[in-house]
Design a protein around this ligand. Sequence first.
Ligand code: FAD
Length: 398
Amino acid sequence: MSDNDTARIEAALDQLLAEHDPSTEGYAEFRGHQFDAGLAWVHLPERRGGLGVTPQLQRVVNRRLAEAGAAPMDLAQFFMALAGPTIATHGDDAVCQRFLRPMFTGEEKWCQLFSEPGSGSDFAGLGTRAIKDGDEWIVNGQKVWNTLAHIADFGMLVTRSDPSAPKHKGMTYFALDMRAPGVEVRPLRQITGEAEFNEVYMTDVRIPDAHRIGAEGEGWRVALTTLMNERTAIGGSGSGGAPKRGSGPISFLLDTYAVGAEQRTAVERDRVVELWIRAEVLRLTNMRAAQLARSGNPGPEGSVGKAVGAILNQDIFEASVDLRGMDGQVGYDFTFRRPSSSDMTSGGIGYAFLRARANTIEGGTTEVMKNILGEQVLGLPGEPRSDKDIPWMDVPRS
Ligand SMILES: Cc1cc2nc3c(=O)[nH]c(=O)nc-3n(C[C@H](O)[C@H](O)[C@H](O)COP(=O)(O)OP(=O)(O)OC[C@H]3O[C@@H](n4cnc5c(N)ncnc54)[C@H](O)[C@@H]3O)c2cc1C
């Protein structure tokens, strides 16, 4: 981190805060000025919401803006952590100009349209078809498990544009207007009672070629940027800054333990302490991973935090329910709801316990994270992949 870069960021912050008061200005309006000042994603080039400095300096920005009264990011903007870096890395100038600013201000919300009924872990096998027609593409297919698609303005859509190419080579990535004719979003109800995710059907949907992200046939490479950022966003090693010690899911367990703490047994205390240590080790590991991220886009080590955090969350909330005894098993409200954010910790322990079951599936299953860890971090031999080099259309599928 050079002194020059730090001084530049401090100067840009001084000017932004001298001209705009985040505690009184509207959320979207202030974030628009933050973007224009290059303080949205500091590592990106100028005019793309950054100043071309090291991503570690984003923490300086976030801390100073929070101290000045800026509202925390709206949780309905979760997918910005995935779509932002993807567009900034692979989009041309026009795509960046079109999408980055309204995404950052929250005026346009995003969702992720990757998984299909037959392609989840093997996402590169997807079949949603995109056929070029002049300056447009015609898209037909179905996506599934699409979190917050019901409130999204745009979707990160990956399609099969060349079925005769091997599966990783014939994919193309788009920004899909969720209100375009032919897009239908249907709720999928979860174990929590709510429908936070959806099925998305596309029937003869027209997408302008100007909304293509990355080159034709390069969708897999573009999608990898999304997936790597998704894992660090879920696992907690993103550039947003480390959570405080004892915050997040573990705080629920500590609060539950504190109720009637004098009657707690040594076994219960032991379980809580073990989980606290695991949470702290993960927090410190994530901090280290975030500090090592030089380029702005994370590497496969983000998958480690994702895998470990998912299992830890499940263990923490299971212990929290157990500590409450019989009381932990009653009083949960299964009313059908359509949430506008995906926040584990907002609905009490019963909700968090049920919602955490999805943690080892969403954003890539724990088994798949372990494969990535084995192959890409530890350098172990890869799984046999017999369909890698043959045309996608010749791969047998049910
Ligand atoms: C709450 C939630 C939110 C989600 N949100 C989104 C979203 O917004 N957008 C989106 O596109 N998708 C989303 N998903 C989908 C998610 O990415 C997939 O569910 C996930 O990738 C697994 O795919 P699958 O469900 O098809 O399971 P499968 O891939 O069929 O896996 C079934 C089982 O086989 C195991 N398995 C599969 N392949 C391997 C392998 N090579 N080695 C070892 N084990 C393997 C898996 O670990 C799993 O246990 C969400 C899922 C959940 C639960």
